[in-house]
Design a binder for this molecule. Structure first.
Ligand code: HXC
Length: 292
């Protein structure tokens, strides 16, 4: 879809870049010429991913273990990166989530999610944004959100609340930092199965294909290459006027829950034929009554 050197000369930080969606986006950025920095809580995972990228692409990936819940650690980490040279892009991918009835959540359970997603993402965005402003540099931020920012979502309320706040951050900072050439966008992926997320969000296969809970008009979950392409498009130069947007990539899943009749796409031709007959009978009966 893109030229191989599309991102050449760009240095991009991907939080949570050692696994899952973060690893996939990092790999795509490297394939398109970028220098990538990854961080996450588990050093051994980061080391393994960096080695894999080195072996595959001969690309040196800088990695460091970082808990984004600590504002001081975030600040120090970003300082160290910029001392080696400026960042051009940031992908806020690190997150935490699990499904649970809200009544069963303890305050620590709520904080476990909110501290990572809501607070942690702000700390990283703030630290990187300040460096760009201080040094008069342009930059691009992409946050990985969820379609719950528009619909809300039961059973993942701390995540839905936190990601909605980041949706507000995306729109707000696009305006505040736009005059300085800093773009702020977000991606709201539908179901893109990864090991980490699915173990916590679909432990019994609730979100799998062919399951009524996974009512996706396109009839399938997302292909990782589709997400990678969108993340690369948003990071690349060429559409810099695009800012302040959260873009859903979900096979129209969230829109399908919004219309009263959206579930009717599951009906067969026979169902429709039966329904036409039933409606006709009602109309005919009405007409008969009116003519009496
Ligand atoms: C109820 C739970 C719970 C559960 C944890 N807690 N799991 N409560 N149901 N299933 C409670 C604990 O009991 C504890 O409260 C508190 O949360 C903190 O638990 P810890 O295990 O100590 O938390 P911590 O080590 O900080 O781990 C954070 C975590 C964990 C978020 C809970 O899952 C994690 O590290 N996840 C990182 C990766 C991840 O979640 N990936 C999925 C992202 S998917 P008490 O009161 O008992 O002490 C995503 C969106 C996908 O973001 C969108 C798809 C459409």
């Amino acid at each position: 879809m893109f030229k191989d050197n599309l991102l050449k000369g760009k240095k991009i930080l991907v939080t949570g870049g050692g696994t899952g969606l973060g690893k996939e986006m990092s790999e795509h950025y490297i394939q398109h010429g970028a220098e990538v920095v990854i961080c996450g809580r588990r050093e051994s995972v980061l080391e393994e991913t960096a080695k894999e990228f080195k072996d595959k692409y001969d690309s040196l990936v800088r990695y460091e273990s970082l808990d984004i819940r600590s504002p001081q650690d975030v600040q120090d980490f970003i300082e160290r990166i910029f001392q080696e040279g400026p960042l051009h892009g940031l992908v806020n991918n690190a997150a935490g989530n699990f499904i649970s009835p809200t009544k069963d959540l303890s305050s620590r359970g709520f904080d476990a999610i909110a501290n990572i997603v809501f607070h942690g993402t702000f700390y990283v965005t703030h630290a990187v944004g300040k460096k760009w402003l201080e040094n008069d540099l342009k930059g691009s931020i992409i946050s990985i959100l969820a379609t719950w920012v528009w619909t809300g979502s039961p059973f993942v309320v701390p995540s839905a609340m936190s990601k909605s706040a980041l949706h507000a951050m995306t729109k707000s900072l696009a305006v505040e930092w736009g005059p300085h050439g800093i773009r702020v966008n977000a991606i709201a992926p539908g179901p893109f199965p990864t090991e980490g997320a699915w173990a916590r969000l679909s432990p019994k296969g609730q979100l799998d294909d062919n399951n009524p809970m996974g009512s996706i008009p396109m009839g399938r979950t997302g292909e990782m290459s589709e997400l990678q392409n969108l993340a690369t498009f948003l990071m690349a130069d060429g559409c810099e006027y695009l800012t302040g947007q959260t873009i859903a990539i979900d096979g129209a899943q969230y829109l399908s829950g919004g219309g009263t009749f959206s579930q009717l796409s599951k009906m067969s031709e026979d169902d429709w034929s039966e329904i036409r007959d039933m409606i006709k009978k009602t109309n005919d009966a009405d007409k008969k009554k009116r003519s009496i």
